[in-house]
Design a protein around this ligand. Structure first.
Ligand SMILES: Nc1nc2c(ncn2[C@@H]2O[C@H](COP(=O)(O)OP(=O)(O)OP(=O)(O)O)[C@@H](O)[C@H]2O)c(=O)[nH]1
Ligand SMILES: [Mg+2]
Length: 468
């Protein structure tokens, strides 16, 4: 099974490079879902297509992959030069330029590179798209390419991994760009993981003791969670008093014969199982990652981790919607009744809590004894809407994850990612009302109606999640 990673624009390419490094260095051998041996010389290549409209960043990551490769038993990996699509100049943070100009102009070369990489997979498992939402290429051309991929490969899964900009605003038109991108991805992608630069930066500063985090620092942190999900893991049961065995665990017995390994456990299929357990409802596709432990690399060897403590942190982060272990509100507890909803909590002064509700969650545990840890706290009915009958899936692997003796990642289809979307809407509507910078978009053939429909679609997303 092979997954093709499409890296787009500066953020997408730099993040993609960090992801391949993480996948290569966290296992004993190159995971064949993400790497392939090229024929004659037996060199290992990333299963990647790398696209940017200016060549600088692409040259940078190709050079870094060659000069500072993640080594496994002295083996190295590189990018395949045939998977590169680039141009002369970027999109200048103009979403319309990426979507209406660069997208159609480069479509054939992008699809050619994608088809060539897909053909290298014995079984093709889908696409992971890496992009930032605030610029012109990753966001605009990225939205165009995702539509084209859905058209060209209609039965393949598409999981987008999207960088949300600092909300203080690095790019003046970033609110337009994130809203346009999110609305397009909602229509054409199967799952959208949002990664907030702001949150990554706070974790780097407060928990990892990096005073001025660079993009490399943010990327390295961000891909830890994604790598934890993507490396091989196996379905396990949940076993709580109210739900004896999860759907995911029993599913493996009947359906996943192909993916079973020698131990008889059922292996999680990337991306089909992941998306089927999290994004089964087309109205809810926005995902959030939470990863623990969050400690500086140099402290890992001197810290004793226990499952009990780590899962307590992770569960409280989940309940409160927090992204970091520090300064989390431990006073927020689950309401007594499962029928409680957040809307009631907002309206009633006697209900002091607002919990982060989730449509579904997938918990991945890595490390010794991970098959036996009690995870019932994540299956609590009060964390999910009442119509959800089987919201939690759990997978594990007893192997160590890179330097982590134990690691846990929760990927949830929950309310916490829509808060930044609703703030972007407020700011975006303000700019739209004053017609700020619209001429830059109209120059490339975009119409006012496209803004209206994109904003309305994001409003729908926010509304659906906030009434969970
Ligand atoms: N986390 C992270 N964010 C990045 C990185 N590079 C850029 N960004 C963010 O991405 C946004 C800008 O988008 P870019 O990816 O630079 O834009 P692009 O896709 O190359 O598009 P154009 O340059 O307009 O053609 C800003 O919000 C940056 O903070 C990176 O390596 N990591
Ligand atoms: Mg760029």
């Amino acid at each position: 099974m092979g997954v093709v990673v499409v890296q787009l624009g500066q953020g997408g390419n730099q993040m993609g490079y960090a992801l391949f490094r993480c996948l290569a260095s966290a296992s004993n051998s190159f995971p064949d879902q993400f790497f392939r041996s090229s024929d004659k010389k037996g060199k290992t290549k990333a299963r990647a297509v790398i696209i940017d409209m200016e060549p600088k960043v692409i040259h940078g990551i190709i050079g870094r992959a060659k000069s500072a490769p993640a080594q496994i038993n002295r083996a190295v990996w590189t990018y395949d030069a045939r998977g590169v699509v680039t141009g002369d100049s970027g999109s200048g943070n103009n979403w319309a330029r990426g979507y209406y100009d660069h997208g159609p102009y480069n479509l054939n070369s992008m699809l050619k590179a994608v088809r060539a990489e897909v053909e290298q997979c014995d079984v093709f498992g889908g696409f992971i798209i890496l992009q930032s939402m605030a610029g012109g290429t990753g966001a605009g051309l990225g939205a165009y390419l995702v539509e084209a991929l859905k058209d060209e490969f209609p039965s393949s899964f598409i999981l987008c991994y999207c960088i949300w900009p600092y909300e203080s605003g690095e790019v003046i038109v970033q609110n337009y760009n994130v809203l346009l991108t999110l609305s397009h991805l909602q229509s054409f992608a199967d799952g959208i993981i949002i990664l907030q630069n702001e949150q990554l930066s706070i974790i780097c500063r407060m928990l990892l003791s990096i005073q001025r985090p660079s993009f490399d620092d943010l990327n390295e942190l961000a891909v830890q969670g994604l790598g934890c999900i993507l490396l091989p893991s196996y379905w396990r049961a949940i076993e709580t008093s109210s739900r004896p065995v999860s759907r995911a665990a029993s599913k493996g017995d009947s359906e996943s014969k192909l993916s079973n390994d020698n131990s008889g456990q059922s292996r999680v299929r990337i991306l089909s199982d992941l998306l089927a357990s999290l994004c089964f409802h087309p109205g809810y596709k926005v995902l959030t990652l939470r990863f623990t432990p969050q400690v500086p690399a140099q402290s890992l060897a001197f810290t004793n981790f226990t499952w009990d403590a780590q899962l307590k942190y992770l569960r409280q982060m989940f309940i409160t919607g927090a992204h970091k272990e520090l300064e989390m509100d431990w006073n927020i507890q689950l309401p007594r009744s499962a029928v409680h909803n957040n809307k009631q909590a907002m309206l009633s002064p006697t209900v002091p809590y607002l919990v982060n509700r989730s449509v579904a969650s997938l918990l991945i545990l890595r490390g010794n004894e991970s098959e036996y840890v009690d995870v019932s706290g994540f299956a609590d009915d009060r964390l999910y809407p009442i119509w959800q009958v089987d919201p939690l899936s759990v997978a594990s692997s007893s192997s160590m994850y890179g330097q982590y003796e134990l690691a846990a990642c929760l990927i949830s289809n929950c309310q916490s990612s829509v808060l930044p979307a609703s703030r972007a809407l407020t700011k975006g509507y303000k700019m739209l009302a004053s017609r700020a910078y619209l001429h830059q978009y109209f120059e490339h053939g975009m119409e006012h109606a496209s803004f209206d429909s994109a904003f309305a679609s994001v409003e729908d997303i926010v509304c659906r999640y906030s009434t969970l």
